[in-house]
Design a protein around this ligand. Structure first.
Ligand code: 3HC
Length: 293
């Protein structure tokens, strides 16, 4: 019999984690959202408030529905509040040492039958699972940015994933209104493996002076039917995340298409991370985009 999920935990309430918490709450699940300190918790709460507020202003949600979503999320600084969760998903920074430490703690705190999931973009789910005494119940559950909008979830199955676990998580993704695909534990899974090579290549074309930033963005929107051009998308994903994923993909594949373009590294070093910092390849002015000076 497939398991049911009523209470979930989300650890890390950055752009992805807050979006994932909202997705669960929208589907009627109770959510405990965990962050390291009060400031990070407030940022996470603000994210969900803004996102659901936008849905209200667009007439997609009424105020009572918004309040119900917010009421289903408990914001907490303590992992102990995850002890009743049926599933916990982690969306903390992409540093394996942090993930290892967190999964060791989650393994101790959470019910033995609970599923532990990681939203990692590129790190090894098998290595994360190995930090626990329950590797059979550790999977990848990879959402896409913006999580409330993008319809896909990659469910990552490892060689030690227990029977039925990936299927149950895929069922949960469907309940969230998403379409799951099951993928093996290889760096970048499917989407990032294909997408980041393309985005990195766009940065290389810019450096080579083949076309301007705006013309490359326009070309891919109007010529290939992508909803955003590559520089707008790099800014949405975050240049730090994009750079990090390219690095990991390059280390694993040794394919030059993933060797991070120098301009990507340069912008990250300068703190120009995309939408989240207000400027990346584009300047972002309250969500819109304009040309940099
Ligand atoms: N949070 C919540 N909702 C959002 C949102 C956000 N950040 N951004 C947009 N939306 C909602 C809007 O409210 C709107 O909803 P409505 O139709 O109910 O009013 C809907 O999405 C469409 O938004 P807009 O009309 O403002 O804008 P667009 O039609 O241009 O769509 C987009 C915006 C959905 C971001 C679209 O441009 C798109 O699909 N871009 C590509 C995004 C993509 O490829 N993401 C994957 C990145 S890879 C990744 O995340 C993996 C990671 O590991 C790196």
């Amino acid at each position: 019999m497939s398991r049911t999920f009523e209470t979930v935990g989300v650890v890390g309430l950055g752009t992805m984690g807050a979006g994932i918490a909202e997705v669960f709450a929208r589907a009627g699940l109770r959510v405990a959202g965990v962050e390291v300190d009060a400031q990070a918790l407030e940022r996470g709460r603000g994210h969900v408030e803004r996102s659901t507020g936008r849905a209200v202003s667009r007439g997609r949600l009424d105020e009572a529905g918004r309040q119900a979503i917010l009421d289903r999320i408990t914001f907490t600084g303590s992992l102990d509040d995850l002890r009743d969760a049926d599933l916990v998903i982690e969306a903390i920074p992409e540093v394996m040492d942090y993930k290892h430490a967190l999964f060791t703690d989650l393994d101790r705190v959470c019910r033995p039958d609970a599923i532990l999931a990681t939203n990692t973009s590129s790190l090894s789910v098998t290595a994360v699972a190995a930090a626990t005494e329950r590797p059979g119940r550790v999977v990848g559950m990879h959402f896409f940015n913006p999580a409330p909008v993008m319809k896909l979830v990659e469910v990552v199955r490892t060689v030690v994933t227990g029977e039925g676990v990936a299927e149950d998580v895929a069922g949960l993704a469907r309940r969230l209104g998403k379409t799951p695909v099951t993928v093996g534990d290889r760096a970048g899974f499917v989407v990032n493996r294909l997408l980041l090579g393309y985005l990195n290549h766009a940065a290389t074309l810019l450096e080579l002076g083949v076309a301007t930033r705006d013309d490359i963005d326009t070309a891919m929107r109007l010529g290939a039917g992508f909803p955003m051009g590559p520089f707008a998308l790099l800014d949405l994903i975050g240049l730090d995340v994009s750079h990090e994923v390219c690095e990991v993909l390059f280390q694993e594949s040794r394919d030059r298409v993933h060797a991070p373009a120098p301009i990507l590294r340069e912008l990250v070093t300068a703190g120009l991370l995309g939408r989240k910092s207000g400027r990346g390849f584009h300047v972002h002015d309250g969500g819109g985009e304009s040309a940099p000076e």
